[in-house]
Design a protein. Structure first.
Length: 81
């Protein structure tokens, strides 16, 4: 049995590249993973994009927080792994 892994992505106002990032992770040949995406207080359309993908793929775990910086966002994702 393949081991389950966690993929972590943080985003702040990254709607321009977010769709291609999510698609790239989801299209990997290795499928036994969960995909934690931490939205670090984005004011663009990032939250809506993440919600759409999370609604259709149960591997995506969506976290939202006020803007605290990438390190804080990554630490939050690591804490829940």
């Amino acid at each position: 049995m393949e081991k389950k892994i966690s993929v972590i992505t943080t985003v702040y106002n990254g709607e321009k590249h977010l769709i291609s990032t999510i698609k790239s992770v989801l299209n990997q040949t290795y499928k036994n993973f969960k995909f934690d995406i931490v939205n670090d207080g984005s004011t663009d359309n990032s939250n809506n994009i993440i919600r759409q993908y999370a609604a259709s793929d149960s591997r995506i775990i969506h976290f939202e927080q006020p803007n605290r910086g990438m390190a804080d966002a990554a630490n939050r994702a690591i804490q829940v792994v």
